[in-house]
Structures are given as structure tokens and as C-alpha cells.
Design a protein around this ligand. Structure first.
Ligand code: HEM
Ligand code: HEM
Length: 433
């Protein structure tokens, strides 16, 4: 702690703005890296990096189907550090998606979504949605074969939403197909509306962390001493930020952001795949009726995610990774079971006869929707009952296990879609994709 007032005065201008984000003192126990892994801070650094590199890209990029692709080629080949700039924007977008996702898992697995942090969980959900949307809208901008067809496939999924599906799709595309209006819409969303919303929500998100009295700590650590934010927290944050930036710059100097041939609306690649983060949904669509794959599953998951922080939980294990020893055991078991069950499900759905062909007179929303959905729910019900008993789980540990099963399942669907689907979206080995 620094007691010299002159030095304190000199420090003020440098650290003043940082201290707007932080209180003057923080609890020593919250400084432990393994509590948060600095993931929220890393996500914040990455958003700033995206805004800076994005604004610089805007000087060179032309948002029209005729010129977009050429402007990227020009940027890469003729502008000093142009390729590096594009690479940094590309790789840090990927890092941001992963960092925000891992930060969300950190919050989940330390039980930090509960009162008084419920609102921050909900605003966090809005943030991750914006991160996905900025990745998705940015995807189209290079206007190459990969981006054109990935956006065509992903937006065609929207048409399955009952009643409003086509309206939403056409409003986003600005017409029936991906074209100039789509590029204009995506460009405006990507470089205007989404970043503005994101930065505004982030400001509120940080303020809520302060209002909750800092990040969560385990009960036993709540009486740990208070220490000065500067240097104790600020110095650690700088180290994390610098290491993160160094890794991104290194990757960007070694690996180029992908760019295929110019978009050709009359030639669709086979298979045409959505961006990787939507591949789980595209895979689900192979097994379920679109109404279930695109509407019932995602809406159920999103509703459950919003409801999560309001469920009454009595245990006091917040601030502890995976809540308890039982929580850890059940988490491991759920992870393996969720993954194996999904692999089995994909295998069976490949080997068993197609219910639509078997019972052509029954509507496919029943044979490929309601029936498999109910089978899934009943299986899950019995399985969850089994692990609840096996590990004597309380409600918080139980919810954690459900979340882990869902994540494991979506991960297997995504990996299958990316690595095991070839021509005609048939199952193949990864080297045949
Ligand atoms: C969280 C924020 C952001 C994310 C996740 C993001 C993501 C992306 C992605 C994935 C691409 C495609 C990159 C590629 O492979 O070519 C892209 C392109 C682009 N972004 Fe962003 N971006 C963000 C913010 C911004 C901002 C704030 C601007 C400008 C104000 C911007 C401007 C651009 C431009 C001009 C391109 C086209 C150049 C290119 O594709 O290389 N981005 N963005
Ligand atoms: C752009 C994305 C995001 C940024 C920049 C961000 C930033 C931060 C930061 C800096 C913190 C405090 C330090 C830390 O926990 O690492 C924090 C805490 C928190 N964040 Fe985020 N966050 C983002 C996304 C999310 C998401 C996706 C969720 C959940 C859905 C979420 C929920 C929370 C909650 C509940 C806290 C309080 C945790 C606690 O007190 O221990 N955030 N966030």
C-alpha cells in the first residue's frame, strides 16, 4: 500500500479512468487467477481490439457485391500491414467468441449467476448473443464462396420459424436472396448497431459487477483483507491483456484469415455448411423436424437460460468451482454420458430406417418431431433421476449437471457437422470431408 500522497497524486491521471471501472480496494481473495481466469477482462480487451481493427478496416473495405471481394484482396496485397490487420480482426473475433463462452461457463460453474448477480447474467446472455451476431454479420463481408453460402444456409434456417419465419428472413436479407441489400444490412449491423449496443451493455455489465461488491468469492474467503486495486489488480490485468495480445499478434502473423474464390450465387458448394458455431443446429436439422431443430430446442434452451438465476437455491457453495466434491463427480459423469449419448443417437439415426419413409401417412412433425422429442425427454428424465440419486445432488449441482449434458451434446453435434459430414451432408470420415 502506498502512503506517500505525492506519489498518489502523480498516479491519478494515469490510473484515473481505470479506477472508474474498479473500486479503490478489492478483496485479496478475488485476485486469485483460478477464480475467474481473467476471462471477462480478456473479452473486454478483445472487444476493444475488434472496434479498433474494425474501424481501420472500414477505410479500405467497400460494402458492395461488385467491390467487396476486390477490396479485401487489395487490402491484403497492397496496403502496408493490411493482411495483418485483417488477420488480427479475424482471429480475435474467434478468440472473443471462445472467451465469452468460457467466461459464461466460469460464471455457471462457480454459481455466480444467482442473486445479486441475476441481472448481470441476463445482460451477459445479451452480450454473447451480440458476439455471435457480430461474428455472423462479419462473416458475409469478404463476399467469397465460403461466406456467401454459409450465410445463405444459415438464413434459410430462419424460414422454418412458424408464421414470422419468412418475414424475418426477408427483412434480414433485404429480399429473397443474399445480395446487395443483404450486404448493406449486414455491414450496417456489423459496423454500427451491434458494436454500439455491445459497448453500452458492457458498460452496464461492469457497473453491475461493482454493485454486487466485486466478483464472487467462497464463503470462507469473504473476510480476506482488502488491498489497493492499483497495483494489485491493475498490474495483473495488464499482464493478462499483454499476453493475450501477444498470442493474437503471433497467430495473426503466422496464419492468414481464410479467403476462398469470389462468391458465385449460381454455384453452390457441396456440402454447403453454416459457420462452425451454427453447425450444431444444422446437424440437429438432419435428425429432427425443422420446427423442433430450429424452434423448440433453441427456444427451450434460451428460456431456461433466462430463468436460471431466478430458481431458488439453498446451498452456499457459490465461488467454488463445480460447487462441491459431489458436483465435480457428477459433472464428469454428465460430460461423458452427454457426449456418448449424442454419439449413440447420431449412430442410431443413421442406421435405423427413416421414420418419414416408414410411416408416410403420418405428418413428419410427429414422426421426426414429437415422437423423438418425447423419447429424448423421457430418457433424460430417467437419466437425471439416476444421477441425482447416485451422487446425492442438491438442486444447484443437479442444474449444473443438466447444463453440462446439454453442452456436451451440442459439442458432439457441432464436431459431427464440421468433421464428419461430406457431400450431401452424408456421414464420412474427416479426411473425406
Ligand atoms: C465484437 C466485435 C466484432 C466482431 C466479433 C467482428 C467479427 C468479424 C468477422 C468474423 C469478420 C470476417 C473476417 C474475415 O474473415 O474476413 C469481420 C469483418 C469485418 N469487420 Fe468486424 N467484428 C467486430 C467489430 C467490428 C467493428 C466495430 C467494425 C467497424 C466499425 C468492423 C468492421 C469490419 C469490416 C470492415 C470487415 C470486413 C473486412 C474483412 O472481412 O476482413 N468489425 N468482422
Ligand atoms: C463481451 C462479453 C463479456 C464481457 C466483456 C464481460 C465482462 C465481464 C467482466 C470483466 C467481469 C468481471 C471479471 C470476471 O468475471 O472475469 C464479468 C463478470 C460477470 N459476467 Fe461477464 N462479460 C461478458 C459476457 C458475459 C456472459 C456471456 C455472461 C453470462 C451469460 C456474463 C455474466 C457475468 C456475470 C454473472 C458476472 C459476475 C460474476 C461474478 O461476480 O463472479 N458475462 N463480466
Amino acid at each position: 500500500m502506498n502512503q506517500n500522497p505525492d506519489i498518489e497524486k502523480k498516479r491519478k491521471p494515469v490510473y484515473g479512468w481505470i479506477l472508474h471501472l474498479h473500486p479503490r480496494k478489492v478483496r485479496e481473495s478475488t485476485l486469485r487467477f483460478s477464480l475467474t481466469f481473467g476471462l471477462g477482462g480478456m473479452a473486454a480487451v478483445l472487444v476493444v481490439l475488434q472496434v479498433i481493427t474494425g474501424l481501420l478496416l472500414k477505410f479500405h473495405y467497400e460494402p458492395s457485391p461488385e467491390n467487396a471481394y476486390n477490396s479485401i484482396l487489395n487490402l491484403q496485397d497492397s496496403l502496408l500491414f493490411g493482411r495483418m490487420l485483417r488477420n488480427i480482426h479475424h482471429w480475435s473475433a474467434l478468440f472473443l467468441l471462445w472467451t465469452a463462452f468460457l467466461h459464461m461457463l466460469r460464471v455457471l460453474f462457480t454459481g455466480a449467476y444467482r442473486k445479486p448477480r441475476q441481472a448481470n447474467w441476463i445482460f451477459g446472455l445479451a452480450l454473447i448473443l451480440l458476439v455471435v451476431l457480430s461474428n455472423f454479420t462479419g462473416y458475409l463481408l469478404p463476399w467469397d464462396q465460403l461466406s456467401y453460402w454459409a450465410v445463405t444456409i444459415s438464413t434459410s434456417l430462419l424460414a422454418y420459424i412458424p408464421l414470422a419465419g419468412n418475414f424475418i428472413r426477408e427483412a434480414l436479407l433485404g429480399g429473397k436472396d443474399v445480395g446487395q441489400a443483404t450486404l448493406t444490412n449486414f455491414y450496417n449491423l456489423h459496423t454500427g448497431i451491434i458494436p454500439v449496443l455491445m459497448v453500452a451493455i458492457m458498460g452496464y455489465h461492469f457497473w453491475r459487477v461493482r454493485r454486487a461488491g466485486g466478483v464472487i468469492t467462497a464463503e470462507k474467503d469473504r473476510e480476506s483483507p482488502m488491498v489497493d486495486t492499483q497495483p494489485h489488480l491493475v498490474n495483473r490485468e495488464f499482464v493478462v491483456a499483454i499476453v493475450l495480445l501477444a498470442i493474437i499478434f503471433l497467430i495473426s502473423s503466422l496464419f492468414d484469415a481464410p479467403l476462398r474464390e469470389r462468391a458465385n450465387p449460381s454455384f453452390s458448394p457441396n456440402p454447403a455448411k453454416a459457420p462452425w458455431y451454427f453447425m450444431g443446429l444444422q446437424e440437429l436439422l438432419i435428425h429432427f423436424h425443422p420446427m423442433f431443430a430450429i424452434v423448440v430446442f433453441p427456444v427451450t434452451v434460451m428460456t431456461a437460460a433466462c430463468w436460471l438465476p431466478y430458481i431458488k437455491l439453498s446451498d452456499a457453495n457459490q465461488g467454488i468451482w463445480f460447487l462441491s466434491a459431489n458436483g465435480i463427480k457428477s459433472a464428469k459423469f454428465s460430460l461423458i454420458a452427454g457426449a456418448l449419448f449424442t454419439v449413440l443417437f447420431i449412430g442410431l439415426s443413421e442406421l435405423l430406417p427413416d421414420p418419414e419413409l416408414l410411416l408416410p401417412s403420418v405428418p413428419s412433425i410427429v414422426t421426426k418431431g414429437l415422437v423423438p422429442f418425447l423419447i429424448l425427454i423421457v430418457t433424460l428424465y430417467f437419466f437425471l433421476g439416476f444421477i441425482r440419486k447416485k451422487f446425492s445432488l442438491n438442486r444447484a449441482e443437479f442444474i449444473q449437471s443438466v447444463v453440462i449434458i446439454m453442452i456436451a451434446s451440442y459439442a458432439v453435434l457441432t464436431l459431427t457437422g464440421i468433421f464428419f459430414r461430406g457431400e450431401g451432408m452424408n456421414l464420412v470420415w474427416p479426411w473425406q470431408v
